[in-house]
Design a protein around this ligand. Structure first.
Ligand code: UN1
Length: 478
């Protein structure tokens, strides 16, 4: 029997006509869950519950919030295998990746359990004698969180945990393809002691997101997803002066210099470009290689890519799972076609793969000899597709790395301290990776990009307090 999900509103399971279905992208005959498609009515109820819960939650001892998040983190980690399997079944990343992501979500909750106890503020001398000035940070109100399918528990965790830690209440809208794992996360927060209305989940499609963005009872919105949707979220929020934070796409360059350790360079490129099926906004999708190492590197990369085992996400032997959806698979294949038409050589991959079950499989694809301004090097594909660009030297590599609209993550593989240092200071990206893939981040440090990749305050770690609190300045007279 396929499970039927409900919304979570005011601590209650709120059902509806379960006309939605999430399917296993490794095996389309497997329906993971059925779900109700929420709309404005459910968003209104969830916002009302979150508003009603806000005064008590924000005024509670920080210990109450800390204990809840700590317990949620423990519950998530204790159930990592079961939740990781659900995540892999619903989203298509491998079991190792799915379980790893669940552990990450648990640790994020525990990190913010600590942050809840750390009051951020300062006491200063006033410029006027006999006065003191103080700042402190207080909760903002109700946050609307709109999260993507590619990290379907880690991203709900890294938005919800700081929001709740600092005394806010939440309405979360998970991505349409992955409601089951988000629901499991919400149910754990409630089991861990989140009082009714503190955390609410409304499942559905784009209309739920639009209702959240437009709702006057939502004080701030954090969104991770595409550039196009992000732009409309920002516009909707600005219209009513809600605070907003956006994490959007990337076209992250990985620069490989002549002096790089070639095995390390290939490992970084394979991990960055193909792990998690390339479905990461931090994926290393543009590989910029200097001419002395170019031919050897590209050959080794294609060989390694060919050897990766693509298959059912739940098979422990699988190294690369399927694309999340038919739409995503079609987009991946369309971009490979465009790259070929623009003159790129497809060295390996491209074709959809037929593997036992009916799923959205595609082989990791390497496209060599592309030019930096071709579409494949400017637009985000979001699949297991990497293009390579041959350059003269480091200076040309940096100049090309800095082209385009995005600026999320940038990597360099080199043994030269001089070039690594220069790259760190001059590459236009929010995150720089040295001798590492562009993807794979820690949760206790800021996450975010420049230009069209991000908008608003940074997420995660100690940076999260900026977005999820507001500063109050107090003057104290004698
Ligand atoms: C990572 O690289 O570990 O949606 C995380 C994404 C990013 C998260 C990347 N927001 O891919």
């Amino acid at each position: 029997m396929t499970e039927t999900l409900t919304h979570l509103i005011n601590g209650q399971a709120v059902g509806g006509d379960a006309t939605g279905e999430s399917r296993n992208p490794s095996n389309l005959d497997d329906i993971v869950v059925r779900y109700p498609r929420g709309g404005e009515g459910e968003v209104n109820q969830a916002v009302a519950a979150a508003r009603a819960a806000f005064p008590a939650w924000s005024e509670a001892s920080p210990e109450v919030r800390s204990d809840m998040l700590d317990k949620a983190g423990s519950l998530i980690m204790a159930r990592a295998k079961e939740l990781g399997t659900l995540l892999s079944r619903e989203e298509g990343k491998t079991l190792a990746e799915g379980t790893g992501e669940v552990m990450r979500a648990g640790r994020i909750c525990k990190y913010f359990a600590g942050e809840a106890l750390r009051r951020h503020g300062q006491t200063l001398e006033s410029t006027r004698p006999g006065l003191d000035a103080q700042t402190y940070r207080e909760a903002v109100g109700v946050f609307g969180l709109i999260t993507p399918w590619n990290f379907p528990i880690a991203i709900p965790a890294w938005k919800s945990a700081p929001a709740l830690a600092f005394g806010n209440t939440v309405v979360l809208k998970p991505a349409t393809p992955t409601p089951a794992i988000a629901h499991a996360f919400g149910a754990i927060l409630i089991e861990a002691g989140a009082p009714p209305g503190v955390f609410n989940l409304v499942i559905g499609e784009g209309g739920v997101g639009r209702s959240i963005v437009g709702h006057p009872g939502i004080d701030g919105i954090s969104f991770t997803g595409s550039q196009t949707v992000g732009a409309s979220v920002a516009e909707g929020a600005a219209k009513r002066q809600a605070r907003v934070q956006l994490e959007m796409g990337g076209k992250n360059p990985l620069v490989v210099l002549d002096d790089a350790d070639i095995d390390r360079a290939v490992t970084c490129a394979i991990d960055g470009a193909f792990f998690a099926t390339g479905q990461r906004c931090t994926a290393s999708s543009r590989i910029i290689v200097t001419q002395g190492i170019h031919d050897r590197f590209v050959q080794a990369l294609a060989e390694k890519a060919r050897s990766l085992r693509v298959g059912d996400a739940l098979d422990p032997q699988t190294q690369i799972g399927p694309a999340v959806s038919e739409e995503q698979l079609e987009q991946n294949l369309r971009y490979v076609g465009i790259a070929r038409e623009e003159g790129g050589s497809v060295l390996t991959g491209e074709e959809p793969l037929k593997i036992g079950t009916r799923g959205y499989y595609m082989a990791p694809t390497v496209i060599a000899h592309t030019n930096p301004d071709q579409r494949i090097n400017c637009e985000e594909v979001f699949g297991p597709v990497a293009s390579t660009v041959k350059v003269r030297d480091y200076e040309e590599a940096l100049e090309i790395a800095n082209r385009g609209q995005f600026g999320l993550s940038a990597g360099i593989v080199t043994n030269s301290l001089h070039h690594a240092r220069h790259f760190r200071r001059n590459v236009r990206a929010g995150m720089v990776m040295i001798n590492l893939p562009t993807a794979g981040v820690d949760y206790h440090v800021p996450f975010g990009g420049t230009r069209k990749s991000s908008y608003g305050a940074r997420e995660q770690g100690f940076a999260a307090v900026e977005f999820y609190t507001q500063t109050k300045t107090v003057y104290i007279g004698g």
